[in-house]
Ligand binder design. Structure first.
Ligand code: AMP
Ligand code: MG
Length: 434
């Protein structure tokens, strides 16, 4: 049996039931329905950047650079040939040249190119003293110890990559906030920068609440459902490079749940709960967050569909997101609020998913809240982005997410949106080919 929830909070009609309480105004303000942008601004004000740490390049993939990376040296570090051929002095008009050496990549021979002489040179090898151009081997003809050049007009600098032509010593190569992908990591290695300074990974826990929940793999009893949120949220956190410190079911007794939450808030940067924030008497998370004097609830009602009862609170340095239990609601609110929060904590310059305008391919019902509909955005024959939703949009219907690449942002309106109208799409992946 669940314990009754003792909370000052009573949903029925907050403004009526609490109109005489001293903090009625504060509660009314807390329960004011907020547009998602306003909620986002509230969250943003609470975000602190995570401290930097150094990691070896082999461990740095998808981490966020925490300090500007300035080139400590020129690249390339010497003038190099970009072709296999012959290193020459461009103004030399000798009919043929004597080959005085062979310059391979990886070392430097002691040879000087002057009029009438040349050095055989390989791609990536340093250009010998005196030479200022490389003639590709295809434009030459070798006879015994000399070479004839069949190229009329050899330009100074031809086929030579000068010192620092890719990157100059002192150049700002990668600004702080860059997410380190393959090219960025390669460039750091190129310039001899290892380890790199990145922000610490956010420490995040995921707690599923609700005593109807059963572990996948366990048999379902009457009225029970499987815990899916914990797994989908964990996957979403992994994609953002978080350190998941705990992911599991939380105790469903109030005291134990509160103690458990406090343990997490003491060590994690972000605590995510799912379930228990709606209007029910057994919505423990909402009650615990509200009643604890040291936990500051910033908002808990949004003009958002799905995701209306999202609770956002802070306690010390920890941010607490009380997500609604419906699987689609929890993933949508993760996308809209938590992902950008994590990215800002890591100091990433790329925070938000792109939201290009898209043309609706069919009529879409509007709601009285901003609605995020799971959808498919593709490029049509004329190169325009067009969008369809994934059918029924109930927030319990996780299947409505499968095969989609966007959340279509449908602003509130009394009349439906007609095919051909333009809305924004929050792109979760690249558009499909038309
Ligand atoms: P709640 O937000 O607790 O009112 O839950 C809303 C709906 O989401 C209910 O149908 C719950 O059974 C369901 N639900 C809650 N938690 C989870 C979970 N971790 N995985 C899947 N469904 C859940
Ligand atoms: Mg519940």
């Amino acid at each position: 049996m669940e314990q009754p929830v003792t909370s000052q909070y009573h949903e029925a009609n907050v403004s009526d039931t609490l109109s005489n309480a001293p903090d009625a105004d504060a509660i009314r303000e807390l329960d004011r329905m907020r547009p998602p942008d306003e909620a986002r601004a509230i969250i943003d004000r609470t975000i602190r950047k995570l401290p930097p740490e150094t990691v070896r390049l082999d461990e740095a993939a998808w981490r966020v650079l925490a300090a500007d990376l300035v080139a400590p040296e020129d690249h390339p570090p010497f003038a190099a040939s970009t072709m296999d051929g012959y290193a020459v002095f461009a103004d030399d008009s000798s009919p043929w040249r004597e080959v005085i050496g062979e310059q391979n990549a990886g070392h430097v021979i002691d040879a000087e190119v002057t009029d009438g002489y040349t050095v055989r040179i390989m791609t990536g090898a340093p250009v010998p003293r005196g030479a200022n151009a490389v003639v590709p081997v295809e434009a030459t003809e070798l006879a015994e110890d000399h070479v004839v050049i069949h190229q009329e007009d050899v330009q100074p600098g031809a086929n030579i990559r000068p010192i620092g032509s890719d990157v100059r010593k002192g150049d700002l190569v990668l600004p702080a906030g860059t997410i380190l992908g393959p090219a960025e990591i390669g460039l750091a290695a190129n310039l001899g920068v290892n380890p790199v300074t990145v922000s610490r990974r956010p420490r995040v826990s995921v707690l599923s609440t609700g005593d109807e929940l059963v572990e996948p793999g366990e048999p379902l009893g009457p009225g029970q459902i499987r815990d899916s949120n914990r797994f989908s949220l964990r996957a979403a956190l992994q994609a953002e490079g978080c350190e998941i410190t705990y992911a599991g079911q939380a105790p469903d007794k109030r005291d134990e749940l509160e103690a458990f939450l406090r343990k997490r808030m003491a060590v994690d940067d972000v605590v995510i709960t799912s379930g228990g924030v709606s209007m029910g008497d057994l919505d423990l998370v909402k009650a615990i967050l509200f009643d604890a004097p040291d936990i500051n609830v910033h908002f808990r009602r949004l003009y958002l569909k799905p995701g209306k009862p999202l609770n956002f609170a802070t306690c010390g340095n920890a941010l607490i997101f009380g997500l609604p239990g419906n699987p689609v609601s929890s993933l949508v609110t993760f996308e809209v609020f938590i992902r950008p929060t994590l990215r800002q904590m890591m100091g990433a310059s790329d925070i938000d998913r792109p939201r290009p305008p898209v043309i609706l391919e069919h009529d879409v019902q509007a709601s009285d809240r901003i609605e995020y509909q799971r959808g498919m955005v593709s490029v049509d024959g004329e190169g325009r982005l067009v969008a369809r939703n994934s059918g029924r949009q109930q927030s319990s219907r996780l299947a409505s997410f499968v095969g989609t690449n966007a959340l279509l942002v449908i602003p509130p309106r009394e009349t439906p949106y007609a095919a051909g109208e333009t809305v924004r799409a929050m792109m979760l992946a690249a558009p499909f080919a038309g």
